[in-house]
Design a protein around this ligand. Structure first.
Ligand code: KDG
Ligand code: MG
Length: 422
C-alpha cells in the first residue's frame, strides 16, 4: 500500500535564496599595465562580482563609450542569472546588430554574468558548461625571430618549455619589419605606438621565405610537434593556395588568416589547391562571419574568441555549428586579450567536444599582477584551476596606477607605398 502520510511525500524544496541575483552595480575599468585593457565589473545585490573583458586593440575607448553610454544603464536591476535573455536583449534589442564594438561590449556582459553564476554555484565555470571534456587545454606558443635561424632557435626553446604546438613567424630578407616579429621574445605586443607605425610588405619575398622556414624547423624539431603559421590576411586566394601547397610536405597544423575573410567564398579557391588545414576568424564578431566557411567545409579551425564574438553564449553556438561540419576551435589568445578572456577561453575549451587548439601569448608580469589568476601552464597545456567562476581577479588599486595610454596597431604598405593589409 502506498504510504500517503505527509512525511512520505517528497517535498519540493523551497526556492533557493539565490535563485535571482539582482545587478546593483556595473562599472568599466580601463588600465594599462604595459598595454591597455578594458574590463567590465558587474556586482549583484549579495556582493558577488563578475568580470568581463572588453578590450578591442587600438579601438578600446569606442567600447568604453558603448558600454558606458548604452549598456550600463540597461543592466541595473536585472537578474544576472538570465544570461541568454540578457544576450538576446542586448543583441536584438539594439536593432543595430553585430560589429566588433557592439559584440565586444555584449561579450563583456556575457562573460561577467557567467562568472557570477559560477561563483554563486561555487563551481569553476567549466563545470556549469557541461564539465571537463579533456585533461587540459593544449596551447601553442609563438616562436619568432628576425631570421629563420633565430626563429628556429626560439622554437627549440618553446619545445624545451613543454609546448607541443608552436607558431613560426620570421623576418623576410629585404624587408625592414615583418608582422609577428617582436622586440621581446616572450611578450609580443603589436600595438606599439601613439600613432600607427608603418610596416613594409612584399608578397614575392615572403612566399619564398615561409617554406624555407618550415624546412629548417622540421629539420631541427622533427615531426613530433605541431607547427603553425599566420599569414595575417596578406595573400590573394590563389597565392594562398600556392603557399599551402608548398607547405604540405612539412605538415603544418594550420595556415592562419591566409586571405581577408570578408569574402567567405574566397576560401573555395584556396581549398581547391591545397590540403594544408586552414584557420581563420580572430577578427570575427558573430556566427554570420563564419557560417558559409563552416557549412561548406572551407576551413578546419575557427579562431573566433569569447571577447570579440559575443561572449561564451555566442561562441558556444559557433562551436556547435562547427562541430556538425568537422571544424574545430582554435581561439585567438594574443596579449591584447586580457587574462579574463584567457580564463574564459580555458573554461570554454575544457567543456566543448570539438576543441582544437588554444593560442597562448603570455602576458607580462605587470599584467599578471593586475589580473591575479588561477590558471596555470603545465606540460604544453593550460589548466583553468578550481576557483569558483572564471578564477580571475582585478586588483583595482594597482590598476589605477596604470592609466590608459593611446596605442595603435601598425599599418602596412607595399614597397611602392600602396596601403595594404596589416
Ligand atoms: O590585436 C591584433 C593581434 O591580436 C593580432 O595581430 C595577433 O594575429 C594575431 C594572432 O594570431 O595572435
Ligand atoms: Mg592571427
Amino acid at each position: 500500500m502506498i504510504d500517503r502520510s505527509p512525511a512520505a511525500i517528497p517535498q519540493i524544496p523551497s526556492r533557493p535564496a539565490r535563485a535571482t541575483a539582482t545587478i546593483t552595480d556595473a562599472r568599466v575599468i580601463v588600465t594599462c599595465p604595459g598595454r591597455n585593457f578594458v574590463t567590465l565589473k558587474i556586482t549583484t545585490a549579495d556582493g558577488t562580482c563578475g568580470l568581463g573583458d572588453a578590450t578591442l586593440n587600438g579601438r578600446e575607448m569606442a567600447v568604453v563609450a558603448y558600454l558606458e553610454a548604452h549598456i550600463l544603464p540597461l543592466l541595473i536591476g536585472r537578474d544576472a542569472h538570465r544570461i541568454e535573455d540578457m544576450w538576446q536583449f542586448l543583441y536584438r534589442g539594439a536593432y543595430w546588430r553585430g560589429g566588433p564594438v557592439g559584440m565586444t561590449a555584449i561579450a563583456a556582459v556575457d562573460v561577467a554574468l557567467w562568472d557570477i553564476k559560477a561563483k554563486i554555484a561555487g563551481l569553476p565555470l567549466y563545470q556549469l558548461l557541461g564539465g571537463a571534456c579533456r585533461d587540459g587545454v593544449t596551447v601553442y606558443g609563438h616562436a619568432n625571430g628576425s631570421t629563420i635561424e633565430e626563429t628556429v632557435a626560439e622554437a627549440l626553446r618553446y619545445r624545451d618549455l613543454g609546448y607541443r604546438a608552436i607558431r613560426l613567424q620570421s623576418g623576410v630578407p629585404g624587408l625592414k619589419s615583418t608582422y609577428g616579429v617582436s622586440r621581446d621574445k616572450m611578450f609580443y605586443e603589436p600595438a606599439d605606438a601613439d600613432l600607427p607605425t608603418e610596416n613594409v610588405w612584399s608578397t614575392e619575398r615572403y612566399m619564398t621565405t615561409v617554406p624555407a622556414l618550415f624546412d629548417a624547423a622540421r629539420e631541427a624539431l622533427g615531426r613530433d610537434i605541431h607547427l603553425l603559421h599566420d599569414v595575417h590576411h596578406r595573400l590573394t586566394p590563389i597565392e594562398a593556395g600556392r603557399l599551402g601547397k608548398d607547405l604540405e610536405p612539412y605538415r603544418p597544423f594550420w595556415l592562419e588568416d591566409a586571405v581577408p575573410a570578408e569574402n567567405q567564398a574566397a576560401f573555395r579557391t584556396i581549398r581547391q589547391h591545397t590540403t594544408t588545414p586552414l584557420a581563420v576568424g580572430e577578427i570575427f564578431s558573430s556566427i554570420w562571419d563564419c557560417k558559409t566557411l563552416i557549412e561548406e567545409g572551407l576551413i578546419d579551425f575557427v579562431r573566433a574568441t569569447v571577447v570579440h564574438a559575443g561572449g561564451i553564449t555566442h561562441l558556444r553556438r559557433i562551436a556547435s555549428l562547427a562541430d556538425l561540419h568537422h571544424v574545430r576551435t582554435g581561439c585567438h589568445g594574443a596579449t591584447d586579450l586580457s587574462p579574463v578572456t584567457m580564463a574564459a577561453a580555458l573554461h570554454f575549451g575544457m567543456s566543448i567536444p570539438n576543441f582544437g587548439l588554444q593560442e597562448y601569448m603570455r602576458h607580462t608580469p605587470e599584467t599578471d599582477a593586475v589580473f591575479p589568476h588561477d590558471y596555470a601552464f603545465r606540460d604544453g597545456m593550460l589548466h583553468p584551476g578550481d576557483a569558483p567562476g572564471l578564477g580571475v581577479d582585478l586588483d583595482e588599486t594597482l590598476a589605477a596606477t596604470h592609466p590608459y595610454s593611446r596605442a595603435y596597431l601598425p599599418v602596412n604598405r607595399l614597397e611602392d607605398g600602396t596601403l595594404f593589409n596589416w
